[in-house]
Design a protein around this ligand. Structure first.
Ligand code: FAD
Length: 372
């Protein structure tokens, strides 16, 4: 049996802890926040499960992961169908026949295709796009780009589209059917009663001890010398005291308020796609559970993207060549200086994992750790 120290009680750390305890190992979990569950944390307010760190929709192609997660919660059949608000004009997402008919009055796929092709030709972009703007124009033409992509992307990245590299948008899915289901995965839903219960159940084993409000870095040497095998799900660059330099992250600011209405915006997710409105999304949480909650009340969150500086929450790793190379250098340091530490999860592996990928990756670690 091994004694484990799991740093971080998010989905990765909790999945690992659950599986390790199931195999008879002792696991101490430390968490710097005052609650478990990392970024999938949900909390009940006015009878509504509020996604405290941004809208989380579970979706996956992997049947085994879908079945795995059902052990910990019953899921509803929520289908993500966000809408876009561009200066007050409302469009369906993802880009599909509903969007095209609203944009141009077209009715058939052939008409929509012809319109996009015409706009791509007229955009006059170089054959090899040199920036995100040219890339997007070459893929979907002017109207979709100007109304639904440009402002949103610029807010998300905090930079002009002409100053962003073209590879950020490799392809833009356009669907020539009337279908507002954002994801093409066969399994999708929201846990009835929120996500936190999943982590609670994962961490319920008597062999697991959870300590909140405990930052690994406050006692780093002590933990490293504890003889425990460490599963670290925090930031890998911070673990090494940024010795090789900082990895880049994007952060977010959430403003959440209770409103005295039953139904504020008629949809769980509304994207604001113009450049002037500073937030990117407005979430009305009750719609994830089909309107559950106290009568006359709703909870709404505005999501503002922002640059990341030390001390901010690192919500998104910035996937580019430079960061990938720096991350690789950090992983070389692991072998050299921290061979009893395994780095996992979104921050430890510096990967934009969705929840299903996070679980899959934790289960892979379980297999290698326990030689299965
Ligand atoms: P985290 O949830 O970040 O957990 C890491 C934990 O470690 C945190 O609790 C942190 O406090 C703790 N920690 C860090 N450093 C220390 C330290 N030094 N000491 C102690 N504790 C520490 N996925 C989907 O599938 N669908 C979605 O719709 C979706 N939407 C998302 C929206 C947003 C805004 C974000 C940011 C992510 C979204 N995701 C979504 C991804 C999903 O959140 C991740 O897949 C999942 O939360 C990753 O789990 P994790 O354990 O790797 O990381």
């Amino acid at each position: 049996m091994t004694d484990y120290l799991v740093v971080g009680s998010g989905l990765f750390g909790a999945t690992f802890a659950y599986e390790a305890a199931k195999r008879g190992n002792h696991v101490q979990v430390i968490e710097k926040r005052d609650h478990i569950a990392g970024n999938i944390y949900t909390k009940e307010v006015e009878g509504i499960q509020v996604h405290q760190y941004g809208a989380h929709i579970f979706h996956t192609k992997m049947k085994d992961i879908w079945e795995y997660v059902q052990q910990f919660a019953e899921f509803n059949n929520y289908i993500n169908s966000p809408i876009a608000n561009y200066n007050g004009e409302i469009y369906n997402l993802p880009f599909n026949m509903n969007t095209f008919s609203k944009l141009w009055g077209v009715r058939t796929p052939a008409e929509a295709q012809a319109k996009i092709e015409e706009q791509k030709r007229n955009a006059n972009v170089p054959e090899k796009p040199t920036n995100l703007e040219e890339q997007a124009l070459s893929l979907v033409g002017t109207d979709i780009y100007e109304k639904l992509i440009k402002g949103y992307t610029e807010k998300q990245w905090g930079r002009k589209a002409v100053d962003l590299p073209s590879f950020i948008i490799r392809r833009i899915p356009v669907r020539f059917i009337y279908d507002n289901n954002y994801f093409s995965d066969p399994y999708q839903g929201i846990p009835k009663g929120g996500y936190t219960q999943i982590i609670e159940k994962m961490l319920a084993d008597d062999l697991i001890d959870v300590k909140l409000n405990t930052d690994f870095f406050a006692h780093k040497e002590e933990y490293l010398n504890s003889g425990k095998r460490i599963i670290f799900t925090g930031m890998i660059d911070q673990f090494f005291d940024y010795a090789l330099g900082e990895l880049e992250y994007r952060s977010l600011r959430f403003e959440t308020e209770i409103k005295d209405v039953d139904n504020y915006q008629g949809n769980a997710v509304v994207n604001y796609t113009d450049a002037e409105i500073p937030y990117t999304r407005v979430i009305e949480h009750k719609h994830f559970e089909f309107g559950k909650g106290n009568k006359g009340k709703t909870v709404v969150t505005h999501e503002y993207p922002k640059d990341w500086h030390r001390g901010d929450e690192p919500y998104y790793p910035v996937d580019n060549k430079q960061n990938r190379s720096l991350y690789k250098q950090y992983t070389d340091l692991v072998a050299e200086k921290a061979d009893n530490v395994v780095f996992g999860g979104r921050l430890g592996q510096y990967r934009y994992y969705n929840m299903d990928q996070t679980i899959m990756s934790a289960l892979r670690l379980v297999k290698t750790e326990f030689g299965e």
